[in-house]
Design a protein around this ligand. Structure first.
Ligand SMILES: [Zn+2]
Length: 421
């Protein structure tokens, strides 16, 4: 058995009753962050040193802002600040000129709603009624209560128990809870020593290349159809009072169907990897794309991925969870150059181009599905095998496309599609 944690997203059912209290906590977390940010700046100016979280905690625990939140929540804010300063300091030592220290959390007179974390002492979980009590800090307690009583809802297949941490996260529109739970999962031996590479994309949701030359595409066509169907006009558009009930329900349905797709896809990919005796999967590290915000143009057309970054990250985590249970390691690798390099001859040239989803190599003349080219290149990052040279004629040139059947919740191969023009 492997002891690990799972983070479940939960919707707050009684949002209207608790949002003011959560706002107070979120603003307080920003204020405390700024207090600690100011203190750190002073230490840095005085003697060129960065205080660690231990120093921040002992120096600031008497500060008025510290008592706005539960002590463990305040401690977490200070830990986060110390962590960001440490990673900035390390980057600076490496000579990274572009690294910036963490900033203040303030826009004009407004404090943003920071994520607030509660640890075990600040949490009371009533699993029978799907309720969680989150402790307030001394300063925010009032005549009504000294805790925030949230009612939550998770995906039906999730069992919430052994909560280690609750994070209240403002998603730009409303608060949601991230529940970090301790879980025990059985671990199997890896199915084999083979590798696979996965490219997540826009045209094909997923492309996977195995080292025996097998290649599969998952077009994700149902996602596009669903989006078209559930956001069409007759469901109403956003009016003066926000979205109509009908439009809201359609959007919820859309998001449920998407969830269903992502879970089924992750499960299916793990099953395919077991069949191919894969022990290790390479997948693009999409968090890197987000960090590169300022350099987005370097990604060219792949910059589109940024819009989907959050969702891809979510899929990758689902895949990690499911793969882990079968002893398969999911290895996040940088996607740098994977779209530009020819997986056949290994040459990277700006003249190589993508046309209608096909990758065309100026050097060796290879023409293959662009997403598959990316998948092969990403797989190469975890294996020694050199480019083989004959791939354009092999199975890679004719990947099998798998389509999702919404009713059965499973994927079925379509007829072989040729990727040669
Ligand atoms: Zn080539």
């Amino acid at each position: 058995m492997l002891e690990t944690t799972r983070t479940y997203r939960a919707k707050i059912v009684n949002h209207q009753q608790v949002s003011d209290d959560l706002d107070d906590c979120g603003h307080s977390a920003s204020k405390l962050w700024n207090v600690a940010r100011y203190y750190t700046q002073g230490r840095w100016n005085d003697d060129g040193e960065i205080p660690d979280d231990g120093e921040l905690k002992s120096e600031l625990k008497e500060h008025e802002r510290y008592s706005d939140l539960h002590s463990q929540s305040s401690q977490r804010v200070l830990e986060e600040l110390a962590e960001s300063f440490t990673s900035w300091y390390k980057a600076r030592q490496r000579g990274d000129e572009n690294a910036n220290p963490p900033g203040y959390r303030k826009h004009g007179d407004e404090h943003p709603r920071s994520t607030v974390t509660w640890k075990q002492k600040g949490i009371k979980h009533d699993s029978k009624h799907n309720q969680i009590r989150l402790s307030k800090g001394f300063n925010l307690k009032n005549h009504r209560s000294d805790f925030i009583l949230t009612e939550y809802e998770t995906r039906p297949d999730v069992t919430v128990e052994n909560i280690q941490q609750v994070r209240a996260v403002w998603n730009g529109n409303r608060w949601e809870l991230h529940l970090v739970c301790k879980v025990e999962i059985p671990v199997e031996d890896a199915p084999g020593d083979n590798t696979a590479g996965i490219d997540l994309g826009i045209k094909n949701y997923l492309a996977i290349a195995y080292d025996d030359g097998d290649a599969e595409l998952y077009p994700g066509n149902v996602l596009k159809q669903d989006k078209h169907y559930f956001t069409r006009n007759e469901y109403g558009t956003e009016g003066e009072n926000g979205a109509s009930k009908r439009a809201l329900r359609a959007r919820q349905k859309l998001s449920r169907r998407k969830n269903h797709f992502l879970h089924a896809l992750a499960k299916h990919i793990v099953e395919q990897c077991i069949d191919h005796e894969v022990g290790r999967i390479a997948i693009g590290d999409l968090s890197e794309i987000r960090e590169e915000d300022g350099k987005a143009r370097n990604w060219g057309k792949r910059g589109n991925k940024k819009l989907h970054g959050w969702e891809f990250d979510r899929f990758t985590r689902l895949l990690e969870y499911k793969a882990e249970e079968h002893g398969i390691l999911v290895d996040r690798k940088s996607e740098r150059d994977t779209s530009k390099t020819c997986s056949c001859c290994g040459r990277k040239r700006d003249a190589n181009r993508v046309e209608r989803g096909l990758y065309v190599c100026e050097s060796c003349g290879t023409t293959m599905n662009a997403d598959m080219n990316g998948a092969v290149n990403i797989r190469r990052k975890i294996t020694q095998n050199p480019p083989t040279g004959d791939m354009s004629n092999g199975r890679l040139a004719r990947p099998v496309a798998y389509l999702f059947n919404q009713t059965s919740g499973s994927f079925h191969p379509r007829e072989q599609v040729s990727c040669k023009p």
